[in-house]
Every structure is written in structure tokens, then in C-alpha cells.
Design a protein around this ligand. Structure first.
Ligand code: ZN
Length: 204
């Protein structure tokens, strides 16, 4: 049994009874569609990284790990699909899985953009202090300040900051983290500033 590479209909060797394409045309159509969707997937991954930098969720590292795993699993499925298509093996199920996962990074990126960009809720300043800091290299470079957590059951938060803030603050600095609750309920960091302490009193 053979399936049309374009539409997935079962063929008897000749032209596809559903889309009318012969095997060569169907392969070409599949390759074009595969290339386009892979481009959407890669752009989506980039959009997610950009969005997570613009409106960094409080749980940014957990989210990056989740999307990172999803990204590489999808990429692996894509490569497997491509290999099978070259060898003219049945690709219908893999194609559906791959094409189903393709828009996910883009959707998550749009979700983060909407969550932060359309969030008109109040800023909540969370007083805390810097207990550590680190920079990351690799596919997702970034800077983190480790601060005491303001959430129940959580000891520290690793919040994403820009280079300026990263260089400005050092371990021990009293800090206020401005947190917004997010349009779709993903809390994100809108900025940080130094807590001033005057005459032994902490002034925000
Ligand atoms: Zn067909």
C-alpha cells in the first residue's frame, strides 16, 4: 500500500485519486510544504525567545526548558520525517505529528507577547534582595539575578534582567522586583530597581 505524499490518500501506483498528482509531483509538493512549515517553526522558536526577553515570565527558566525540549523533539521528528520521505516510506502519521507541532513555539511566543504587551493590570513591587547572579551562553543567552522569593513554597527566584541591570546590581543589594500578573495569568517581571534604605528604614 502506498500513500500520496501530498494528501495522504491511498494510491495504487498511478495518479492520486484524491489530488490527481503523480508520485513525483506529490513528493515535490510535500517538500515545498515541509520547507515552508519548517521555516514557520524556526521563526516561531525565535519569536518565543524574543517574547520571553521582552516580557520575561517569573518562571522563565522552567518555560525555556519546556519549550527547548519541545523544540528539539519536534526538530527530531522533522528530520526523521524528511529521511523517510526521501526513502519514499509511509510518512502520513509523522507528517501529521510534525505539522501539528510546528505552530506551537509561535503560538507560545504570541501568548507571551499578549500576556505582557496587553497587560494593563497593576504593578506590584516585591521587596527582596539579590543573593546571586549568573549569565548564560549558548542558544538562549541571558542574565539572571537570583533573589529571595516572595511566593509561598519557593525559596528563590531567578529573574531575567537586561545587561544594564545585571551589571548594576550585586549580591546583597536590596531590590524591588516589579511583577505584573499577566493578561493570561503568567506572572512576568516588568523591571527591577534598588530599594533605598535611609536611616535604617527601607524606603521603596
Ligand atoms: Zn494526493
Amino acid at each position: 500500500m502506498k500513500r500520496c505524499a501530498n494528501c495522504g490518500a491511498v494510491t495504487m501506483g498511478g495518479d492520486c485519486s484524491r489530488c490527481g498528482m503523480d508520485a513525483v509531483a506529490a513528493q515535490a509538493k510535500f517538500r515545498q510544504s515541509f520547507a515552508n512549515r519548517t521555516a514557520v517553526f524556526l521563526v516561531g522558536g525565535l519569536a518565543f525567545v524574543v517574547a520571553s526577553g521582552l516580557y520575561p515570565p517569573v518562571d522563565i527558566d522552567g518555560m525555556l526548558i519546556f519549550v527547548g525540549i519541545l523544540f528539539f523533539v519536534t526538530l527530531g521528528i522533522g528530520l526523521w520525517l524528511e529521511r523517510r520521505a526521501v526513502r519514499q516510506l509511509d510518512i502520513e502519521i509523522l507528517k501529521r505529528i510534525y505539522f501539528g507541532f510546528v505552530p506551537v513555539p509561535l503560538l507560545l511566543g504570541v501568548l507571551l507577547l499578549g500576556n505582557g504587551g496587553l497587560d494593563h493590570g497593576p504593578l506590584v513591587g516585591q521587596p527582596t534582595a539579590v543573593v546571586g547572579k549568573f549569565s548564560m551562553r549558548g542558544p538562549w543567552p541571558g542574565h539572571r539575578l537570583v533573589v529571595y522569593s516572595w511566593r509561598d513554597g519557593q525559596r528563590y527566584e531567578r529573574i531575567s534582567v537586561n545587561t544594564t541591570d545585571f551589571d548594576l546590581y550585586t549580591v546583597g543589594d536590596p531590590l524591588v522586583v516589579n511583577v505584573k500578573s499577566g493578561l493570561v495569568g503568567i506572572p512576568w517581571v516588568a523591571g527591577v530597581y534598588r530599594r533605598e534604605s535611609r536611616g535604617g528604614r527601607i524606603v521603596q
